[in-house]
Design a protein around this ligand. Structure first.
Ligand code: FES
Length: 231
């Protein structure tokens, strides 16, 4: 029997360490995370038309925005001129202006302005909008799927929403988000000891010089989504 699939939990053991640093597994991870629905945020991060945040999914920079009509849209955060980021961080904008040469995009990703490109022959501005990514929501959570042909989110979740009704996810609010940077060896040690990265990081938060963790799946953690209105 393949020991990595052990149905008896009493005989379970942690993943071999090379799973965390072998580049071939990184490629496999990317394939999985890029082709499935992944949570990137919460609708309360986008309270108003023009609210946006940027994020990263398996190395792909993303821009998530609420458009003027109130819809949540997702785009690759990559300018169609020379790949600069049209948006950084989070906040509210009427348009997104790339910091490099000023190309400007609407909240729906359309290219509006191309300074110093006027008069270029055969340049059709309407063909250079931001590239959209599939974005759907369930219970206040925003999901992205980088596979444009992926089946709809609710189809993927199948019976999960029904089984989760008692938790009333739709009433929950984003309370806080923290980003931890850790060494890969630290992460493996914590997992081996059965301590979650979030728990371990909270113990070492004040220690200076926490270095970069090369495991994207753990680089950003939602630490608390609470069902209480903020005071
Ligand atoms: S890279 Fe964005 S305007 Fe040039």
């Amino acid at each position: 029997m393949n020991k990595l699939i052990q149905p008896d939990v009493a005989q379970a053991f942690t993943l071999p360490s090379h799973y965390y640093f072998d580049p071939s597994f990184e490629g496999l991870e990317k394939k999985i995370f890029a082709g499935t629905w992944q949570i990137v945020g919460h609708v309360r991060q986008l309270p108003n038309p023009g609210s946006f945040f940027t994020t990263n999914l398996v190395g792909e920079p993303l821009l998530i925005v609420r458009n003027a009509g109130g819809e949540i849209k997702g785009f690759y955060n990559v300018c169609k001129h020379r790949a600069g980021p049209p948006a950084e961080g989070c906040g509210e904008r009427k348009v997104f202006r790339c910091g490099y040469h000023g190309w400007t995009y609407s909240l729906d990703g359309e290219l509006l302005n191309t300074p110093e490109c006027e008069g270029v022959e055969d340049f059709r501005q309407q063909e250079f909008g931001l590239t959209p990514v599939r974005t759907e929501q369930w219970a206040g959570l925003i999901f992205v799927n980088l596979n444009p042909k992926a089946e709809p989110l609710l189809q993927t979740l199948d019976q999960l929403p029904q089984g989760m009704t008692r938790f009333q996810f739709e009433k929950m609010q984003l309370h806080e988000r923290r980003t931890y940077e850790m060494q890969l060896e630290d992460l493996y040690r914590q997992l081996s000891r059965g301590i979650s990265p979030a728990e371990r990081a909270s113990r070492t938060e004040s220690r200076a010089g926490l270095r970069q963790l090369h495991h994207a799946a753990f680089s950003q953690l939602f630490v608390a989504i609470q069902p209480h209105p903020r005071p």
